[in-house]
Design a protein around this ligand. Structure first.
Ligand code: SF4
Length: 356
């Protein structure tokens, strides 16, 4: 492994069309205060240059927690029979969209498990209704679907789609996703891009069996695919999964991955994820200081919000809907930033697309 100075390593990661995995691995291993300070300051400088000081809010509505998949890390997996399941009515989704719009937010994220009962036409109609009533961008996060469904929803007016790869390590992916296929996941990401969506992906940091090398490959995967948005969050074990009792992903490691993703991808939208706020302490502000430029407040109505339990002790499940604005404003002010109440489209369209 190279014995370069931290500055040299960070400059190479920033400059190279495709960074060396060894550089990324070395940066991920840093734990001395000076090394970490250099890494986080470098990422913060890149964030400022490419994304500015605005923090873009995306309001989430978790409209169904039914799922027919068995992801090993997720409390919504179909084998969790203790979880009360819900599917919001169209009027409830519209009301929640209206609420977040009235709070000044201009992107709604419609999220669900891979719900076999969620009809393609129902969601297409939902998208049309939201678009006709509110000047909102719509991000969908509803998993792997037939490609014609993606096109149908795009035609209905959806703008963006979030489909995390979770890990780019094929063997680890196989272990974490019984009955699913890595190739199928990649096929979906390609189909989404071809359908004209702004596409987001992301990973989980600290999965049991995940190596530093594997995390370095995740960052390369993000760079190679030039994603518009990348969600990076720590693993938090759910008691009703086969990974129950496994240690949580570390906040520091998650922040390092986030910082390196910022340096490597430069202008991707990177949220300070809710999971980063759910590690006992709230590390979202730390995330905003080392590369993140997005927050994702939750606008799922309270009776349902508690039931969207991907992992336990999720941040903000008991906050009244709308409390997020005050919280976000405070968080931004404390670090001399501001909440950017615009749609926050992909920055890849602004002529800073990387040559990868
Ligand atoms: S991660 Fe998504 S697809 Fe997997 S079990 Fe959870 S909700 Fe279902």
């Amino acid at each position: 492994m190279s014995m370069s100075k931290p500055e040299d390593i960070l400059n190479r990661i920033y400059d190279q069309a495709l960074p060396e995995p060894a550089d990324l691995e070395q940066a991920l291993s840093w734990d001395k205060p000076q090394e970490l300070e250099r890494l986080f300051n470098f990422a913060d400088t890149v964030r400022k240059e490419y994304c500015g000081d605005g923090i873009i809010p995306r309001g989430i509505i978790e409209f169904s927690n039914f799922c027919d998949k068995e992801c090993s890390y997720c409390g919504l997996n179909k084998n969790n029979r203790k979880l009360g399941r819900y599917r919001m009515k169209a009027e409830e989704v519209l009301k929640s969209a209206g609420h977040l719009f009235s709070c000044g937010i201009r992107t709604v994220v419609l999220q669900s498990g891979e719900d076999p009962g969620s009809d393609v036409s129902w969601l297409a109609e939902m998208i049309k209704q939201i678009k006709s009533q509110f000047a909102l961008s719509i991000t969908l996060c509803v998993g792997e679907r037939p490609f014609q469904d993606y096109r149908r929803w795009k035609d209905a007016g959806a703008d963006r789609y979030l489909l995390k790869i979770e890990t780019s390590d094929k063997e680890l992916y196989r272990q974490m996703h019984p009955g699913m296929s890595f190739e199928q996941r990649i096929g979906c990401l390609d189909a989404l891009r071809e359908s004209g969506y702004q596409v987001g992906s992301g990973n989980i940091v600290g999965l049991p069996g995940q190596s530093r090398e594997s995390l370095a490959r995740d960052i390369l995967f993000f760079k190679q695919n030039n994603f518009d948005m990348i969600g990076i969050g720590p693993f938090i074990a759910h008691q009703e999964t086969r990974l129950a009792g496994q240690p949580k992903g570390q906040a520091l490691l998650t922040l390092k991955v986030l910082a390196l993703a910022r340096i490597a991808t430069r202008n991707a939208h990177l949220p300070a994820t809710t999971a980063l706020g759910s590690l006992g302490e709230d590390y979202r502000q730390e995330g905003l200081k080392c590369g993140a430029n997005v927050l994702m407040p939750n606008f799922t109505p309270l009776p349902y919000r508690k039931l969207y339990e991907i992992y336990p002790d999720k941040k903000c499940v008991n906050e009244p809907v709308g409390a997020c604005n005050f919280c976000m404003e405070q968080m931004a002010k404390q670090i001399n930033r501001f909440i950017d109440y615009t749609k926050g489209d992909s920055l890849k369209f602004k002529g800073v697309t990387l040559n990868v």
